[in-house]
Design a binder for this molecule. Sequence first.
Ligand code: HEC
Ligand code: HEC
Ligand code: HEC
Ligand code: HEC
Length: 177
Amino acid sequence: MITKGKWAAIPGLVALAACAIFLSAYSGASSPEGAAPVQPINFPHPRHVQTLGMNCLYCHFAANKSPDPGLPAVGTYMGCHQVVHADSAEIKKLASYYYKERPVPWVRIHKVPEYVHFPHMRHVNAGVTCQDCHGQVQEMGRVYQASSLNMGWCLNCHIGNYKPQFKARYDCSTCHY
Ligand code: HEC
Ligand code: HEC
Ligand code: HEC
Ligand code: HEC
């Protein structure tokens, strides 16, 4: 009887393990801290933000009004670069996407799993700066992920531990539904 009870648990455990594998394959994992993938075009944030004084929202135009901040379309870059630095090697790569009418295949860096709800605009409109979460992007020759993006990181700020002026709900359904 005792041995039978012990074996009876196994199908349940196998099913549970299968669910876990399915769930992680379906929903994807968070992107890793420190990730700095090589991009198809070497885009310099410091030159655009520090030297030219461009605002983050000029290019990531939806960060204050939508869950996703957005990346500029090729035509936006070419508006300037048909004239500025038009003969540099990186701008020639950009122009070739433009003339083929193809988007630049930027490699996505920051990503939370599908089962997590993350609205950019709520954060930006509450005064949380891009740098609070993404680090000093304006100084990064190549963008890397400065924060872990894990649940503990989110909660630490929502409970007011990161800066007392940032507080937000932290019941499970705030971020999971
Ligand atoms: C001139 C347009 C432009 C400006 C201005 C700009 N960015 Fe970007 N940003 C891009 C492009 C293009 C990429 C994709 C290539 C890359 O990762 O370098 C990008 C990528 C990023 C990423 C990584 C996206 C991912 O895949 O996770 C972050 C974070 C980011 N920018 C934040 C900022 C912040 C913060 C500022 C202001 C300090 C800023 N950007 C200003 C064009 C811009
Ligand atoms: C509270 C933290 C936080 C703040 C503030 C924040 N971000 Fe993000 N950002 C994230 C997280 C988390 C992700 C991944 C979101 C996802 O996977 O849906 C992300 C993703 C991105 C991406 C990649 C999205 C894509 O679709 O390629 C860009 C670009 C970006 N952020 C730019 C910005 C800019 C610019 C600002 C400031 C205007 C900003 N972020 C403010 C946490 C933040
Ligand atoms: C640096 C601080 C900070 C970090 C990190 C942070 N948040 Fe927030 N979050 C806030 C603030 C501040 C608000 C705005 C609260 C408000 O509007 O009243 C907010 C609001 C939200 C909301 C809307 C809540 C509501 O009441 O509807 C969601 C959802 C959310 N955050 C998810 C996340 C997730 C998921 C992460 C991690 C990937 C995260 N946040 C990381 C500070 C942060
Ligand atoms: C402020 C946002 C936020 C809140 C509130 C929150 N979570 Fe999460 N949760 C996340 C993020 C982001 C991830 C994905 C990153 C990770 O695995 O840490 C996650 C991942 C998870 C996972 C998967 C862990 C894994 O290792 O695969 C579980 C389970 C979970 N949360 C349960 C909960 C429960 C239960 C609550 C309420 C007590 C809760 N969460 C509240 C943001 C949140």
